[in-house]
Design a protein. Structure first.
Length: 224
């Protein structure tokens, strides 16, 4: 009986050896890949958390500089933040904040550069959209109307499409292109919907000023 069990055990061992000789290397490499990926994922998460914490601290420095109105310190902080943590949301938010302060301090070119950087580099579609809208406003204020329209011709997330249309309408109206402006205001009015009633009412006022009932379409000869 014992001999019979020994033979069975030997047969099982032989089968196991055959299986391992056939599949052992593959199983080993699969385990290495899986465990390596897991380790890399944990390392990436740790790096991301560390980057976020450091970027947050630097964003706080940008905030302090902006609150104090210390432009040289603000520009240094922003430059460091962009250089070290440019791929983070904190960097984009810091640049938006810095742009506001720089513009208030008469540093228009620097403000526009900060906004252009966010519009191109921000990791979030919404932040890029906000930067484009603000940049277009500064360009419009500088009477750089063609540049503003170019900025507003970029792709926007759905929630921002009506806002971009409204801003294009403002620029076109300043250029004396009343019909084109009315068309953009119409897009904005229809796109805003009732959820953003106050803003929609403001666009309606612009259309009314052009002789257009936003809910009925253009009157004959209006906005010519």
């Amino acid at each position: 009986m014992a001999k019979h069990l020994d033979l069975e055990e030997q047969e099982q061992l032989d089968q196991l050896r055959h299986f391992w000789n056939t599949w052992g290397n593959l199983i080993t490499w699969v385990l290495i890949v899986v465990l390596g990926a897991y380790a890399a994922w944990n390392g990436w998460n740790y790096w991301q958390r560390r980057q976020g914490a450091l970027a947050s601290a630097m964003y706080a420095e940008v905030q302090r500089s902006a609150s104090a109105g210390d432009v040289p310190r603000l520009e240094r902080s922003l430059a460091d933040m962009k250089d070290r943590y440019g791929s983070t949301t904190y960097a984009a938010q810091g640049a938006l904040l810095a742009a506001k302060t720089l513009d208030e301090k008469g540093k228009g070119a620097e403000a526009r550069a900060a906004l252009a950087w966010v519009a191109e580099k921000a990791p979030d579609d919404g932040l890029r959209a906000v930067a484009r809208l603000r940049l277009a406003s500064l360009q419009t204020g500088d009477k750089a109307y063609d540049e503003a329209l170019k900025t507003l011709s970029a792709s926007f997330p759905a929630d921002f499409v009506p806002l971009a249309a409204d801003r294009r309408g403002d620029v076109l109206l300043l250029q004396g292109k009343r019909s084109e402006a009315a068309a953009e205001f119409g897009k904005a009015y229809q796109g805003l919907g009732t959820a953003r009633g106050d803003y929609r009412q403001l666009v309606a006022i612009k259309l009314n000023a052009l002789g257009i009932d936003p809910d009925a379409g253009a009157k004959p000869g209006a906005a010519s």
